[in-house]
Design a protein around this ligand. Sequence first.
Ligand SMILES: *Cc1c(COP(=O)(O)O)cnc(C)c1O
Length: 458
Amino acid sequence: MNQPIDSRPELTTAVAHAQRWLDSLAERRVPASVGVAALASRLPDAFPQRGRTALEVTEDLIEHVEPGLMAVPSGRFFGWVMGGTLPAALAADWLVSAWDQNAGMRDATPGVVTIEDAAARWLLDALDLPRGAAVGFVTGATMANFTGLAAGRDAVLDDRGWDVARDGLTGAPRIRVLAGAERHSSVDMALRYLGLGEPEIVASDEQGRLDAAALRDALAGRDGGTIVCLQAGNVHSGAFDPFREAIDAAHETGAWVHVDGAFGLWAAATPALASLVDGIAGADSWATDAHKTLNTPYDCGVAIVADPSAMARSFGHHAAYLIDAAVPDPHEHVPELSRRARGVPVWAALASLGREGVTDLVDGLVESAQAIATGIGALPGASIVNDVVYTQVCVAFEDDETTNAVYAAILADGEILPSPSRWRDRAVIRISVSNWQTHEKEVAITVAAFEKARSAVR
Ligand SMILES: *Cc1c(COP(=O)(O)O)cnc(C)c1O
């Protein structure tokens, strides 16, 4: 017999904890207070013979995990490029788990599928990409890169008369893949999964932007059989490749152009940044994340392919037991068959923001990044290593030793959390502004945290 709803104490416990956690973010230190080794040693090793109640399990889980939580959704978190969670997106994500719909088949789960369809339309609108493009909801930009590049690989081989779905890659015409020197490592992973090996590297400039003239040279005299990978948003500088020139050069030779826009594709959502993404809509495929700039919970990436028939060539899937819909099923736009309805929180995020809210969100992140750069740049010994055109700020002090010591002091203090990195041959402290809750107060706290840390290491 089903238990009545009001006797599900594990859910009320989970909600109460979630509320405490979210309320704690305003004041809480950002790094986890206990590390992996200590936490692991507190967990019982042996798989228990007998199970426990859902309430007991939930309480144990909360008690164990809480000290090991990093305050990723805090407005003072600037590590890697992560982002927080908008309230409407979180509520939607809880419902997605409770509903437990398999979002792969259109006619089987029409409630969530129609919401995901709407989210896809809104995304193309917000990002100003071709409205007829095929959209797939994947786990992140790594898989979105994989999906776009798979469609590109198969299209490029199809142009040369090779059906990779039937004949595989063995004996296929060789595909050249060109990518900028500062592409994200997930592009290399995607190429590896696709059997395409390492890309040929095209030079990039001091901000990490691909050099369009170098691309033109690399493409010269060859036609077809080529994929060009461009980037919107370099993780260190936030810089954008010169899309119009690069896409023109690539398309003149018949190459497929894929754009990794994990967080940078969102520049297209604001008129203030339109020049950074000029021409980007002319590419053939794009990857982005919703779990970064759009602030949906993990995990959610978006794969977009301009030509739906190219998406269908690579991911179309027909098995007798699957419902055969006239329009492609959602699973025909992604590598997975069964999956959670991760596009539903995307819809909720977009519905709660509206077009103006999306523009304000992106503009706000950039304004905060620029204010942080101005504040830190004025501190003695600090320099801002990149041109702050988007959400990323790289800070260096007099030498690597000082930079690393400042980072260690910031981490020990715990008020904010940037990430340590190396860029252009020097140690940097990288600040990625990706959270909807980062505003003036958080900017001031961040500058003060750098100032305090710098004086502590003097
Ligand atoms: C984060 C990121 C990725 C990978 O995205 P995941 O969501 O972690 O899979 C790819 N490219 C860029 C530029 C990124 O910032």
